[in-house]
Ligand binder design. Sequence first.
Ligand SMILES: NC(=O)c1ccc[n+]([C@@H]2O[C@H](COP(=O)([O-])OP(=O)(O)OC[C@H]3O[C@@H](n4cnc5c(N)ncnc54)[C@H](OP(=O)(O)O)[C@@H]3O)[C@@H](O)[C@H]2O)c1
Length: 351
Amino acid sequence: MSKVLRKEEFRRDKKIKAALFGATGAVGQVFMWMLHDHPWFELTRVVASESREGKDYGSEVHWILPQEIPEEILSLEIASFNIEEMREQGIQIVFSALPNHIAEKIEPQLIEAGFAVFSNASHYRYSEHVPILIPEANMDQLNWIEKQGYPEKGFIITNANCSTTGLAVAMAPLRKFGIKDVIVSTYQSVSGAGHPGLSALDITGNVVPFIGGEEEKMRKEFKKILSVDVDIHPFCVRVPVMFGHLETVWVEFEQDVELGDIIKAWAECSSGVDHLPSTPAKPIIYEDQNDLPQIKMAFYGDPEGMVVYTGRLKRQGNRIGFSLLVNNVVKGAAGGSIQNAEAFVAKYIDK
Ligand SMILES: NC(=O)c1ccc[n+]([C@@H]2O[C@H](COP(=O)([O-])OP(=O)(O)OC[C@H]3O[C@@H](n4cnc5c(N)ncnc54)[C@H](OP(=O)(O)O)[C@@H]3O)[C@@H](O)[C@H]2O)c1
């Protein structure tokens, strides 16, 4: 068993050592970009598939992000999945950007070995006592790790499917109005399918009105994250853009809500934890210009890609409609996972 990361062993003058699994994929690259100079975490080991072991990250990765690849990560050696070596290196946190079918084999071993695991894969999302954590929506679920056995044992915290993340962030501050019913249509970028993902021949100049499993994930995860028993009606569509998922939403509330109440609730939204390095001062920004938000804003905000933008707010009959934009690989994946690890550290390690 590794030394589980606990308050007693924490040294403020040292960063917490972290490993990343799935470092070369679409989500893995965002982890690399966000973790290479993180103030709390030190990326100590990067893992990809076996064929890349021993090779330099820079020569193996096909970098797809709009940001320059950080110099410091070019010569990092891609390592193997080896729990003993991870222990010797003093690693305590593991970020997982593994495909689901690989995650379901590797992640249980990491938890068993005593690591704090923050995963993007869906395998554990629906398990009892495993939070699908989004600090803006359900910080109260962070303490479920105690039901998993923390601080004696390792644990896992998942983050939501990318389109669900955007919807849950935008709807969390509106929960107080009593959500009756949600209809959502998504316009999802190709990076959501990972790398290499879709064939250019299939998506260039095209729109595909089906994303396998996505609508089911939205329905399940939304309820668990917001602890609401509300059915949502999604249509998920793939569009030929690189980053960012746009969504249009129609919601019916139990209460009679003014549009101004909604704008106010979004403006007052917070992560529930102060001073997390990856949390924007304003996690939701409402754009009142009627052609915003647009996909090209996916990397806007501070930190880049962590803000959920809303817009097009309107009323029709008893429904309220709006649009939203979430960066699927940052807030909807790696950035969300890093923010969850920060929330864990803030609550349990160094309050
Ligand atoms: N893309 C998104 O917008 C998004 C959003 C939310 C959640 N997610 C979830 O996040 C996870 C990663 O998604 P992705 O889009 O980044 O996928 P991806 O582009 O296919 O990347 C998968 C990564 O896993 C590595 N890998 C594959 N088999 C492995 C093995 N046996 N051992 C160790 N590493 C292995 C790959 O390494 P090689 O390069 O060596 O093959 C690659 O680094 C998935 O579970 C996905 O569902 C994705």
